[in-house]
Design a protein around this ligand. Structure first.
Ligand SMILES: [Zn+2]
Length: 253
């Protein structure tokens, strides 16, 4: 079966015959994920979520196109962890600007940055780029499309129960036995306001956690991962269908 909503798997003949409405760029990271998940975890997850959501949206008539994933995220707090590969936010802004310029002449009016890494934040970048382009720009964090608390005992931030369950569902051959995983125990900020979260500073990862994980993966299962994936892809598909139909000049009711 052809999947014209996946650019990487499609030919020129297929792509140029379709009037696409929404582009999706999955944006991941390359970073350590405790002792049991691979460096590409965020990229694998985000690309798969984009593909599944795009398929659902396509079946409901939305002309969506998933672009190849960007595999590098912001890792400035993990530069002392071997081979966490950093793209600074200012570099990400330039990458996004160039992608927008490549999309602009081809009639696709909207771009969703589908983010899968906590250190990435495209909001300020979008604020800066939006006035420079005719494309409608937005970001979505796929892991926030459904409430993790109703799917997991302790979802965790990084390589925890949520992420481990999702990776077990998507790429089981890349997951080491959970008996090898560290507990993902995270140290809290000593400063109260930072601990409460209303004051914010990036976390220095190697001071926070001994195994690079934040969140205990031990209760992760394939079934939890599948259920969460079904929920987030359904909500993302609904978003894509609605966005495909939406007039960017009339977004308010
Ligand atoms: Zn991750």
């Amino acid at each position: 079966m052809t999947k014209p909503y996946l650019l990487a798997e499609s030919t020129w003949e297929t792509i140029r015959a379709i009037a696409f409405e929404v582009a999706i760029v999955p944006w991941g990271a390359t970073e350590a994920h405790n002792r049991h998940l691979p460096y590409a975890t965020d990229t694998i997850e985000t690309e798969a979520v984009a593909a599944r959501a795009a398929e659902l949206a396509w079946d409901r008539g939305a002309k969506v196109l998933v672009l190849p994933a960007v595999p590098f995220g912001v890792q400035t707090g993990q530069l002392d962890v071997p081979f966490c590969l950093n793209l600074n936010p200012s570099t990400q802004a330039l990458v996004l600007r160039d992608l927008i310029e490549s999309l602009e002449p081809h009639g696709i009016g909207k771009l969703v940055v589908l983010n899968g890494h906590g250190g990435n934040d495209f909001r300020q970048i979008i604020r800066e780029l939006e006035p420079t382009t005719s494309l409608f720009l937005c970001q979505a964090n796929w892991y926030a499309a459904a409430d993790p608390k109703s799917f997991f005992t302790v979802p965790g931030d990084h390589a925890g129960e949520l992420e481990t369950s999702v990776t077990l569902a998507l790429a089981p051959r890349l997951v080491r036995p959970l008996s090898e995983a560290g507990p993902g125990k995270a140290r809290r900020f000593k400063v109260r306001a930072l601990r409460e979260g209303w004051a914010w500073a990036p976390r220095q990862w190697t001071q926070v956690t001994d195994d690079t994980g934040v969140g205990d993966p031990k209760e992760a299962t394939v079934e939890k991962g599948e259920r969460f994936l079904a929920a987030v892809t359904d909500r993302l598909a609904e978003f894509l269908v609605e966005l495909a139909k939406a007039d960017p000049h009339s977004l308010y009711e």
